[in-house]
Write a protein that binds this ligand. Structure first.
Ligand code: CAA
Length: 258
């Protein structure tokens, strides 16, 4: 299968999926969402792949979030579908993948980018990475599981603070919060992730599949509330704040919320 916005390579049973929109800091437009979902599905079925690494092309960003330009004209109903479909077809697909997926965070992981990393099974970040859920600065909230997975990983207090301030944290702080598993020097990031993947693939694929399933089942109950996030996310799109926040971003100015 040909991909417009992804580079894919498989070596020694490890498949690396790289999001290739560096000029847009690898922001996730609809096309890229669909391509990542297809690439994950294909590689879960591919016998040659035993572990998947997801990363971003370029040295500035892993993924700077959903593509703000694309949802500029969304109303609440479009936003509801966007959030529900994204969750169902990509984020849950990653989380429940029977093959382990490592997020190799090589720069900004913001909004939907951090949410994608949080859906992965392991997160490793380069020492210059910055992470956050800045959606409130755009007049919206996280819509791909951020209000659910962030408190699971770092606790409610820290998650609340990160989400309502929208502030970015650096890799060391993210590690101390438990948001990521490792911080690695930028030049060692790829080797480190490959050696981690190599360690994983020595183990039984069948046992790994059941371990992922069993671990995920601990949190199913907390996740029954995805619908609240989807609804709250969509409601934001009917507000003047959403129009002001997104226009301000694209016009490269600070928003002026009333
Ligand atoms: N969507 C669309 N385009 C984006 C983008 C995004 N999320 N992030 C960056 N870009 C684009 C910029 O518009 C710019 O394009 P142009 O050159 O055509 O103007 C290009 O990428 C480079 O970005 P900057 O000039 O802004 O680079 P910078 O170094 O000055 O700043 C940054 C880097 C701090 C990451 C800044 O780009 C930024 O704040 N990005 C947006 C982050 C964000 O708000 N993410 C959340 C998106 S909403 C979301 O994800 C919703 C959800 O949960 C479902």
């Amino acid at each position: 299968m040909k991909f417009e916005n992804l580079l894919i390579k498989t070596e020694n049973n490890i498949t690396t999926i790289s999001i290739n929109r560096p000029k847009k800091l690898n922001a996730l437009n609809i096309k890229t969402f669909e391509e990542i979902a297809n690439a994950v599905k294909l590689n879960v079925l591919n016998e040659n792949t035993k572990c998947i690494i997801i990363t971003g092309v370029g040295d500035k960003a892993f993924i700077a979030g959903a593509d703000i330009k694309e949802f500029l004209d969304y109303n609440a109903s479009d936003a509801y579908d966007f959030s529900e479909n994204g969750n169902k077809f990509l984020f849950e697909l990653i989380e429940n993948s029977t093959k382990p997926i490592i997020a190799m965070i090589n720069g900004y992981a913001l909004g939907g980018g951090l949410e994608l990393a949080m859906a992965c099974h392991i997160r490793v970040a380069s020492d210059d990475s910055r992470m956050g859920l800045p959606e409130v600065s755009l007049g919206i909230i996280p819509g791909f599981g951020g209000t659910k997975r962030l408190p699971l990983l770092i606790g409610k207090g820290r998650a609340m603070e990160m989400i309502i301030t929208g502030r970015m944290i650096n890799a060391e702080e993210a590690k101390s919060f438990g948001l990521i598993n490792y911080v690695v020097k930028k030049e060692k990031l790829t080797d480190f992730c490959n050696s981690l993947a190599n360690k994983i693939i020595l183990n039984s694929p069948n046992a790994i599949k059941h371990a992922i399933n069993s671990l995920n089942s601990n949190y199913k109950e907390g996740f029954s509330n995805f619908s609240d996030e989807i609804l709250n996310f969509s409601k934001c799109f009917d507000s003047d704040d959403f129009k002001e926040g997104t226009s301000a971003f694209l016009e490269k100015r600070k928003p002026n919320f009333k």
